[in-house]
Design a protein around this ligand. Sequence first.
Ligand SMILES: [Zn+2]
Length: 468
Amino acid sequence: MTEPQAFDLVVRRGILVIPGVGRVAADVGIADGRIATIGESLSGRAAESYDAAGKVVLPGIVDPHVHIGNELSFEIEAETETRAAVLGGVTTIGIFLRSLEDSYFDHLPAFRRAMDERSYVDSIFHPQIFTEQQIAELPAYAEQFGIRSFKFYMSGMPGIVKSVTDDVLLDGFRQVASLGPDAIVCVHCETGALIDQARERLKASKPDGTLADWEHAHPAEAEALAIQTAVYLAKIAGAHLYVVHLSSRQGLEVVRACRREGARFTVETTSPYLGISSDDANGFLAKMVPPVRTPEHRVALWEGLRDGTIETVGTDNTSRALATKRPQAGLHGSRPGLPVLGTHLPALLHFGRLHGVPLEVLVDRACRAPARIYGIYPRKGTIAVGSDADLVVVDLDAERPVRAEDLNGMSDFSPFQGKVLRGWPVATVKGGRIVARDGKIVAPPSGRYIPRSRPDDAATAARSHRAA
Ligand SMILES: [Zn+2]
């Protein structure tokens, strides 16, 4: 007889939704921050137990696309926005870091410290690359900070970033490709010249207008064309392309056409594009870049997510307060950026159900696929023995209106506000501890930055570990 195993926490009687496996009625035994056992009626001693009867238990959500520090400081948002995230069932985020001119060596230590000391969720970094110096330093960022993914903008943002030209993209893609086959170029695909022209024409033709008009500042054709360019440049460079935030039916059609011709790359969409249309009653509260579009685009994106053309879903969270969002400033004056970490999972559950997309598919796109692509699977993105004990317990039938004050981030609005969503998390386990429960944060921040290593380094490390 062996002693029954001692657990720090057992999540009992839930229905586990395991990517690639399906639904399993089982308990999860957790020790030292990891999943120690999955089984029926676990009999080991448990310091704490959580009764998940009548609920589903999902892997903690991995949101690969988050911006931190665009409104308040990085340090403050590292706490406030990850608090909203973990309350909403998100336990790992990929952060697009911004340094328009400086070397990232000037900022990476502070970014990392903030995520180690203040965050409720684990994190990986994707620096946004703007300069030749940053391109030259890419291998050193990879080496010293365990970074394997980098972002490039094909179109600029007026007053912030100039549109990036193809020569810079190609140099950057080649440099990332030189890091190894797991390294990723994340690309904002919109053709800069078409966007610049469309914005100017919209300003002239519609000095005032509605959210529905905003779509014309970022025509779908500019997205579709840019995807073709990015696919071609990535092929020349031998880089793994990851198209961030696909927003349009035309973009999706180009993705399908490129794949038919043998191109291999990855595509992401966001929960705002899946849940909000340009006729939304919240108007400019839902202004973002690229824009939310007409319902036909939403239908197309859901179809793409279901059939696997779109592999991952994130948020593109860029938190703002009403005072800086300024919806009253109208079509051209209100600012893009949506606080959407806290509504990510409920929106996927609610609108996924309306569009007939099975929970198993959602869990793959929102957990396993991003973890795999960014090199943190199976530590993240699944429910398996040895994985980090990051879980979200969900009441699929809970219905609640979205209210900014319940979401617990820094923002005083939500683009989903007023909508009644069905399917909400009731508890989030992060690193083996219950961190959120019944809409309240119940534990201090315990997030960590996750440096990533080349897969061959990881294999070498595992072999030497076994030999020791
Ligand atoms: Zn983004």
